[in-house]
Design a protein around this ligand. Structure first.
Ligand code: 4AD
Ligand code: MG
Length: 438
């Protein structure tokens, strides 16, 4: 991080920059992690986004009015410490600030709802109720530093593959994917919905932009309460003209590999804090067809037949047989949305795939229907109102290239990379059926 000082001069250095400033006068600023008095010396540890710094206050060497300020400090208050950087005798920290002055910038009012140092156990719900404070815990902060690195990696990867980043409306007039899990909103007296995915827009955009991607939040009125569903989730969506399902599966494999390489390189501290060691997966990922998955389940005694959806319980069984990333391909037409293309020679099946990591679905995608008449047929088959989709259908009369794409749940991928079992842990302010605040 480069050296920044704010207008009031409260900070000249971050904690992580002390090592380069031995002998210099600095100002560090952060929140009080600990305060320990030993005779006439007080040790104050101050944390900032980069880590922990120790400031040493000696009563004999400071004016009384400076030293007595320490008494007014409460844990987690924001302070600014001025002093000279020296080597530390502490086992944990190599450098420290020999304090010359202290400023209490903003006092933390006690009792606080939780201890962000994690010394008092708090359940996830309690932590999420005070999320801003919870993120002062280095482990929790590490999750979101890692997420930042992941998002940058994905963006760079897609751009380097010729994709153009787009933003599509989140307020929409028609259900994108069909289905019942839509949030309805009042749009100046008309019915509108929050977008479930950018599906229809990204398909329309390939006819001009050729390859597009979008990273954004989408909304689903998920009634079930699970550890991997949110009502607002962050998705990475791609759509590409003249690519087929194999092409976009390859793109997805490359993205996962690159993401794991980048995050492993850039987030060594964070991964250490989280207790995770990542391995770059081999490509191609294992591929099993939907039919093979059903056969496997039957062989393991699960009551399944072709055409049945794969339930959570089934994915758990499959996930323990297939470790790491793998694809389930060639889903029956009845289990995939209207925009997915049928296989000509086997019309009961589609050019589709889900990317799994163990039991967890990470992404869904496939080859799309690009023929208007076929799209209309598929809408009807799915019991959807063709008239309602006219705005979308008309685009297919403008000259639509064949295309394919996928949508990847970023929060789900974050669960894999951080080893966290609950999607709420890897989302700053999760939204579910029961949580709308903070
Ligand atoms: O599988 P889904 O529903 O597929 C689509 O939205 C398609 N339009 C994608 C495509 O291009 N064909 O959603 C894509 C991914 C899922 O695999 C999952 O990882 C994530 O988005 N996802 C959710 N994540 C968290 N909470 C939810 N409620 C999610 N719903 C989907
Ligand atoms: Mg899916």
């Amino acid at each position: 991080m480069t050296s920044r000082s704010n207008s009031k001069g409260l900070r000249t250095h971050y904690a992580s920059q002390l090592k380069d400033s031995v002998g210099k006068e600095v100002r560090i600023a952060g929140w009080v992690e600990d305060l320990r008095a030993k005779g006439s010396i007080t040790f104050l540890t101050v944390r900032d986004v980069t880590g922990l710094a120790q400031a040493v206050f000696k009563r004999d060497e400071l004016p009384e009015e400076e030293y007595s300020k320490l008494k007014k400090l409460t844990l987690q208050s924001v302070v600014s410490v001025r002093g000279i950087v020296g080597r530390s005798l502490s086992k944990k920290l190599e450098f420290e600030v020999k304090a010359k002055g202290l400023e209490l910038v903003s006092k933390a009012l006690h009792p606080l709802p939780l201890d962000p140092r994690g010394r008092i156990d708090a359940g996830l719900d309690k932590r999420l109720d005070s999320r801003a404070l919870d993120l002062r815990n280095p482990k929790n902060l590490a999750i979101f530093k890692l997420r930042h690195a992941l998002v940058q990696s994905i963006r760079a990867y897609l751009i380097s593959n010729g994709f153009i980043e787009v933003s599509t409306p989140k307020l929409i007039g028609t259900a994108t994917e069909g289905g019942a899990d839509l949030f309805e909103v009042d749009y100046f007296g008309r019915k509108a919905y929050l977008a479930q995915s950018p599906q229809l827009y990204k398909e329309q955009l390939v006819m001009s932009l050729d390859r597009v991607f979008e990273m954004a939040d989408y909304f689903r009125a998920e009634k079930s309460s699970t550890r991997r569903h949110l009502s607002e989730f962050y998705s990475v969506d791609v759509e590409a003209a003249f690519m087929d399902e194999e092409d976009v599966m390859g793109l997805l494999e490359g993205l996962i590999r690159k993401a794991i390489e980048d995050v492993s390189r850039e987030c060594t501290e964070e991964l250490k804090l989280l207790g995770v060691s990542l391995k770059v997966p081999e490509v191609p990922f294992e591929r099993i067809t939907y039919d093979e998955a059903v056969e496997e389940l039957k062989a393991l005694g699960v009551d399944k037949k072709v055409g049945d959806d794969l339930l959570d319980s089934d994915l758990k069984v499959l996930g323990s047989a297939h470790k790491g990333f793998y694809f389930i391909t060639k889903w029956p037409v009845g289990l995939k949305p209207f925009y997915i293309e049928r296989i000509k020679e086997e019309p009961e099946y589609t050019y589709s795939f889900d990317l799994q990591h163990g039991y967890l679905e990470i992404a869904s995608g496939g080859r799309r229907v690009h023929d208007r008449a076929e799209l209309e047929r598929r809408l009807r088959e799915c019991g959807l109102d063709v008239k309602g989709f006219e705005e979308h259908l008309k685009v297919f009369g403008y000259g639509m290239p064949p295309h394919s794409g996928w949508g990847l749940g970023l929060d789900r991928l974050m669960m894999v990379l951080t080893g966290r079992k609950n999607i709420r842990e890897v989302t700053l302010y999760p939204r579910d059926r029961f949580r709308l605040v903070p």
